[in-house]
Design a protein around this ligand. Structure first.
Ligand code: ADP
Ligand code: MG
Length: 260
């Protein structure tokens, strides 16, 4: 950690505020959010619905501009980072094109960037292997389960080799068993590609299992109420979910909500 802390943070927010203005009203979605995320870190943004998680992620991705404060990505603006293809984004629903084969969904960003067909096909097969979907290249999205579709979306997000992977509740529509398995798979993918991950969730156990640190957000207005270090060793294994340390962390995070 000492090296990571000494270096320029991969993502840095300083007093960020986000006010949504509509004709009828004004919503203060985020108030004075300051945080730093180191390169290669896996962090979660955790909080109840409406506390501003998606807003925070969209601000980092340059899909929204803050109404106050400052955001830097490796010392530059989010816009520069976006233009430099630094981001891969995975949304809650996989947003796949049903008329395109799985491999052609994955290579869509490469196609838009003008990468040639042979290279695209090679990359698609490599990514399908990475997400455990070998043999599904020529299927269509509607032929896959929800969990498999989300893995296709992850493969697509990784196709441009993003330095930062932003994930907005990617597994929350899935059943608990599938979600736990995908949590484990996501960690093994991360161990291979080793980029920075910002993962939005409202599940306390999911945030603990995945993360190096958990940023706890409280609503009305959304603000950072706690930052919790997760000292579980890596690689994380399913049995850790039953360890005393895991339960202690669940209790600590729950306490930070009540206190926040
Ligand atoms: P979360 O992802 O944690 O559920 P959001 O970031 O989606 O929270 O929303 C935070 C707050 O901002 C909520 O009160 C929500 O209603 C409000 N909000 C989000 N998007 C908009 C928008 N485009 N216009 C007005 N209010 C919004
Ligand atoms: Mg949201």
């Amino acid at each position: 950690m000492t090296n990571a802390q000494a270096a320029v943070p991969e993502i840095k927010l300083d007093g960020v505020e986000m006010k949504y203005r509509t004709e009828a009203s004004e919503v203060l979605a985020l108030h004075q959010v300051s945080l730093e995320i180191a390169k290669g870190e896996f962090v979660s943004l955790l909080g109840p619905s409406g506390c501003g998680k998606t807003t925070l992620l969209r601000l980092m991705a340059d899909l929204l501009q803050p109404t106050g404060g400052d955001i830097q990505v490796a010392g530059k603006s989010p816009k520069e980072a976006r233009l430099a293809q630094k981001y891969g984004i995975v949304f809650q629903s996989p947003v796949l094109y049903d008329w395109r084969k799985v491999k052609h969904n994955i290579t869509l960003p490469l196609e838009l960037m003008g990468v040639n067909k042979a290279d695209r096909e090679r990359k698609a097969l490599e990514l399908l292997e990475l997400v455990g979907l070998e043999g599904f290249a020529d299927k269509y999205p509607w032929q896959l389960s929800g969990g498999m579709q989300q893995r296709v979306a992850i493969a697509r997000a990784l196709s441009m080799q993003p330095e930062i992977l932003l994930m907005d509740e990617p597994f929350s529509a899935l059943d608990e068993f599938t979600r736990e398995r995908l949590n484990e798979e996501l960690l093994s993918i991360w161990a291979e590609v080793l980029n920075t991950v910002v993962f939005v969730t409202h599940s306390i156990p999911e945030s603990i299992f995945l993360s190096d640190r958990v940023f706890v957000l409280s609503p009305h207005p959304g603000r950072l109420s706690a930052v919790v270090d997760i000292p579980l060793p890596r690689p994380r294994t399913p049995d850790m979910r039953n360890s005393p340390l895991f339960f202690e962390l669940v209790a600590r995070i729950r306490g930070s909500f009540e206190g926040g």
